[in-house]
Design a protein around this ligand. Structure first.
Ligand SMILES: [Zn+2]
Length: 133
């Protein structure tokens, strides 16, 4: 499961939807895997404006990868900045973090209800047991 994916996931438990603690989900016992993917700066640029930066920083820090996250989202420019202000080095780090870093085994834990979503062979299971639906 790519790190980018976790930036768009919240807990599926109904009562967690309104809780700020349910996002982002927190990795537990995560085994990381690096997969090399062709660097596509345009794709990264297009995805950055949709990334929740605080959540990404939290996730990366929990995995010990905070050095790959710039303090500010290079995808959200102010009007005085231009395209060229986006540093290629930052984009490459984010490519590495968001697309090439994946979690093969572990759990994603909700900070509100504590439910643990298992990740097996790189696939997260986000189905809830019947009593929580
Ligand atoms: Zn929850």
């Amino acid at each position: 499961m790519k790190l980018l994916t976790t930036n768009f996931l919240t807990c599926a438990v109904k009562t967690c939807k309104t809780s700020p603690l349910s996002f982002p989900l927190h990795f537990k016992d995560a085994t990381l895997e690096r997969t090399e993917i062709d660097y596509n700066p345009l794709f990264i640029r297009n995805v950055l404006p949709r990334v929740n930066w605080d959540a990404l920083t939290t996730t990366a820090t929990e995995l010990g990868l905070q050095s790959l996250v710039p303090a500010r989202n290079p995808g959200t420019r102010t009007e005085t900045e231009t395209e060229t202000d986006i540093k290629d080095e930052e984009l490459r780090k984010l490519h590495n973090l968001l697309l090439e870093t994946g979690v093969v085994e572990g759990k994603l834990v909700c900070g509100n209800c504590g439910f643990e979503y298992p990740i097996k062979e790189g696939v997260g299971n986000f189905l809830l047991p019947a009593h929580l639906v």
